[in-house]
Design a protein around this ligand. Structure first.
Ligand SMILES: *[C@@H]1O[C@H](CO)[C@@H](O)[C@H](O)[C@H]1NC(C)=O
Length: 491
């Protein structure tokens, strides 16, 4: 992105000037709330991930020597045991003090396996050995799975841990294909418990492995989301996640940062909890005014809020001939000379997020240059205070803006061509702002900046509200990738 592009990119809406204050503690300027509906969505996603991870699931071979009446000692081996289908009848998710609990009940599984037995019997002639083999299927009908996940902030990343992971099977049905009825009874009596606990253990282990995989995925979430080549959004987690009865909240730093540089410290962190008027929305993201302040300060400090206008829809503005009757002395001194306008911000833009309204004021200096041959001759400087009304919308996962010009005031800062009649220049400036400045700004603001959303998830039916010094995005979410594995950042 070229400097002027970036210049205008965030000038207008996303900014406010507040003198920097020293700050000691980590503060949060964007907070994210996952509502009960959002949690249910996450639960369904995790449940289907778990099911696909559990099928097929191979269990260790089970063997045992059992004493069967009339037959004697029989060595039974169950092998190639695999869980082929898992269904979770009902499930719920609940945040609590110890972590987020996900419970699945009415869990059913189907397993297949091979059986083999052998025994020796001593006949009166010689010891003989008898063996047989076949297959079996097992149906687990009543099982429950409880998983409690701990969530912590570890050096700015989310740390996921298993607080508790249990699987209990209440009821199981074994169906032998082939084999004698004594064998069936023998297996049920001697091995049912062992099969059950093997399944329980395998499921628990697999779920633990899944949690640690998800945990390492969360650990690798980036701490910055690039906005463009100058700025990034600092998405470092601050403070511990907030768990309430029916929601899960996260706080992130949320300020704009230049690569590896310090950001201005800002005072007004988020105070009240995030909420949505529409309780069916899955997530709420609240952005404090300070997020926009940090953007404005950063782009302002980086001297990027500077722009030269040498093309305009009304090209006559950019020639002294066009100013002939407005500033006669200019035309007299430089007849028919081309001009350009050098616009730079004199202060970081001011943005105020108000109730259902966003007000922006941009303070800029416009230097009028006359171009003579290779020479650029500054002839006057006009200070502008442009007031506009901003609106924001969500485009994919970006927060984009739009500016509408309301009013502006102007004054002469200096002049090398004598007094200028500001009331004559005013209509020209208005046209210039309306036809060049605002459309240009809107083209850039329209792209917006990324909201902190994990890759693979997309906001849907987002609604935006602005309240006193805060913008809240309430939205549903859809998930498009099959796995957590390959995602890295939002953008
Ligand atoms: C990002 O935010 C964290 C937490 O507030 C902070 O410690 C860190 O210094 C910030 N990073 C930059 C580059 O400012």
């Amino acid at each position: 992105m070229s400097p002027p592009t970036t210049t205008i990119y965030l000038i207008f809406i996303f900014s406010l000037f507040i003198p920097p204050h020293p700050s000691t503690a980590d503060q949060s300027f964007i907070s994210l709330l996952i509502t009960q509906n959002g949690l249910d969505f996450v639960k369904d996603l995790l449940t289907s991930e778990a099911i696909s991870m559990l099928t097929p699931l191979w269990l260790n071979q089970i063997e045992k020597t059992v004493k069967i009446p009339l037959i004697g000692k029989v060595h039974i081996v169950l092998s190639d045991i695999s869980v082929n289908r898992v269904k979770i009848g009902s499930s719920y998710i609940r945040p609590g003090v110890s972590g987020v609990s996900i419970d699945g009940s009415e869990v059913t599984c189907e397993l297949s396996m091979k059986w083999h037995y052998s025994y020796g019997t001593s006949s009166w002639i010689a010891p003989i050995s008898i063996s047989d083999s076949g297959t079996a299927s097992v149906e687990v009908n009543g099982a429950g799975v409880d998983l409690t996940l701990g969530l912590d902030n570890e050096e700015g990343s989310l740390k996921l841990s298993t607080v508790d992971c249990n699987c209990h099977i209440h009821d199981m049905e074994i169906d032998l294909h082939g084999g004698a009825s004594w064998l069936y009874q023998g297996i049920v009596d001697a091995l049912e418990k062992q099969i059950m606990s093997a399944i329980e253990k395998a499921i628990t282990e697999k779920l633990n492995a899944g949690v640690s995989k998800l945990g390492s995925f969360l650990q690798t979430l980036p701490k910055q989301i690039p906005v463009d080549d100058i700025a990034s959004l600092n998405v470092t987690f601050v403070n511990a996640p907030f768990l309430s009865d029916n929601s899960l909240g996260f706080e992130i730093n949320g300020l704009f940062v230049k690569s590896q540089k310090n950001t201005p410290s800002l005072h007004n962190a988020l105070r009240s909890p995030v909420s949505c008027s529409d309780s069916s929305k899955m997530v709420a993201i609240a952005l404090d005014q300070a997020v926009f302040v940090s953007a404005a300060a950063l782009y302002y400090d980086a001297m990027f809020m500077h722009w030269v206008v040498d093309k305009a829809p009304e090209q006559s503005f950019l020639n002294t001939a066009g100013w002939r009757f407005i500033v006669p002395q200019l035309y007299k001194k430089y007849p028919n000379a081309d001009m350009d306008l050098d616009i730079s911000l004199s202060e970081p833009p001011l943005v105020q997020i108000l109730w259902q309204n966003i007000e922006a004021t941009v303070y800029s200096d416009v230097i009028v240059n006359v171009l003579e041959g290779d020479e650029t001759i500054p002839v006057a400087c006009i200070s502008l205070a442009i007031a506009g009304t901003g609106s924001v919308e969500v485009i994919e996962n970006n927060l984009a803006g739009h500016l509408k010009l309301d009013d502006f005031t102007m004054s002469l800062k200096w002049s090398k061509i004598g007094t200028l009649h500001m009331f004559l220049i005013q209509p020209v400036m208005w046209t210039l702002i309306e036809t060049v400045f605002v459309p240009y700004a809107n083209a850039r603001l329209g792209k917006g900046f990324p909201l902190p959303i994990i890759n693979g998830f997309t906001l849907q039916n987002a609604e935006i509200t602005s309240s006193d010094s805060r913008i809240t995005v309430c939205s549903n979410v859809i998930y498009q990738k099959e796995s957590f594995d390959r995602s890295s950042i939002a953008s």
